[in-house]
Design a protein around this ligand. Structure first.
Ligand code: LIP
Length: 273
């Protein structure tokens, strides 16, 4: 029964993500390209009319097909619902990239079973690369239907590690200080600008690890189940589970070492972990 409920939602999530992709692509194709851009928490934190239109599209689809389910989105917050499942959606993760046309932004959709307080399936659609990542608990992780898995790298010094930065200047100062100490200890650092895609890149072996403080549930929930189902590990820093304080995702082999380092650097530089 529960398995069926998850499979139905995963299938629906794929369809919603494809509809969202169509809407996004229609707004950036051809000579008519025009975005209306507002700012949110700071001048660096932007949102467009496309983010809002995509979230409305996702919410309308979910509401129609699963009227009892709860829905939480980045742009409009909690849409209500009192069923046992909750949808956590980011209409465009990587909005800054989207605005600039930098090719790293995604539609991210996670489904949670509230009775277990756990994500049961997730979809991340990388719009510029036209790749659909997905996972359901216990079923493995896939990109465009092909199974994916994490790297086997066990040395942090030979690991490619991604991170990201928040929007507040003070937070960025601490994050920058941390990354400057981490850089000499790893193979290299990447900052692509879309947390959901950083996680999928860990899942499919394009990165060995990733950490970031200050993420929201819609940034990481879908990507996190994709990493775990690809054989990787996801945790917080001091906390067991990923969250606003810290999200760490790796191939598993470097997890403890990266986590230990990130927690101690965060403590030293007054950042959250
Ligand atoms: C953004 C991320 C980015 C992260 C930012 C922000 P948005 O999401 O995915 O990688 O560093 O803090 O959360 O605002 O583009 O949906």
């Amino acid at each position: 029964m529960q398995e069926n409920e998850v499979a139905t939602r995963l299938e629906a999530a794929r369809a919603y993500a494809r509809q969202a992709q169509e809407l996004i692509v229609s707004r950036i194709s051809g000579p008519a390209r025009s975005l209306s851009v507002d700012t949110k928490t700071s001048i660096t934190d932007m949102v467009t009319d496309v983010d809002r239109a995509v979230e409305k599209l996702l919410v309308a689809g979910i509401r129609e097909d699963f009227p009892q389910d709860r829905i939480v989105g980045e742009e409009f917050g909690d849409d209500g619902g009192d069923g046992p499942f909750a949808w956590v959606v980011d209409p465009i993760d990587g909005t800054t990239n989207f605005i600039y046309g930098f090719p790293a932004y995604a539609v991210s959709i996670a489904v949670r079973d509230l009775s277990q307080d756990a994500t049961v399936c997730g979809v991340v659609l990388d719009v510029p690369r036209d790749r659909l990542y997905e996972a359901a608990r216990g079923m493995g992780a896939f990109v465009d239907g092909r199974r994916i898995s994490v790297t086997g790298q066990s040395r942090l010094s030979e690991s490619l590690v991604a991170t990201g930065f928040g929007y507040a200047a003070e937070v960025r100062r601490a994050q920058g200080a941390m990354v400057s100490e981490l850089l000499p200890l790893v193979r290299d650092i990447r900052r692509a600008g879309a947390a959901s895609l950083d996680l999928c890149m860990v899942a499919c072996g394009e990165l060995d690890g990733y950490y970031e403080s200050g993420l929201w549930p819609w940034d990481f929930m879908a990507g996190a189940i994709i990493v775990e189902e690809a054989g990787g590990k996801v945790s917080g820093g001091l906390e067991p589970t990923p969250g606003a304080a810290m999200t760490i995702a790796t191939n598993g082999a470097i997890h403890d070492e990266l986590r230990h380092l990130v927690v101690s650097l965060a403590a030293r530089h007054g950042s959250k972990s």
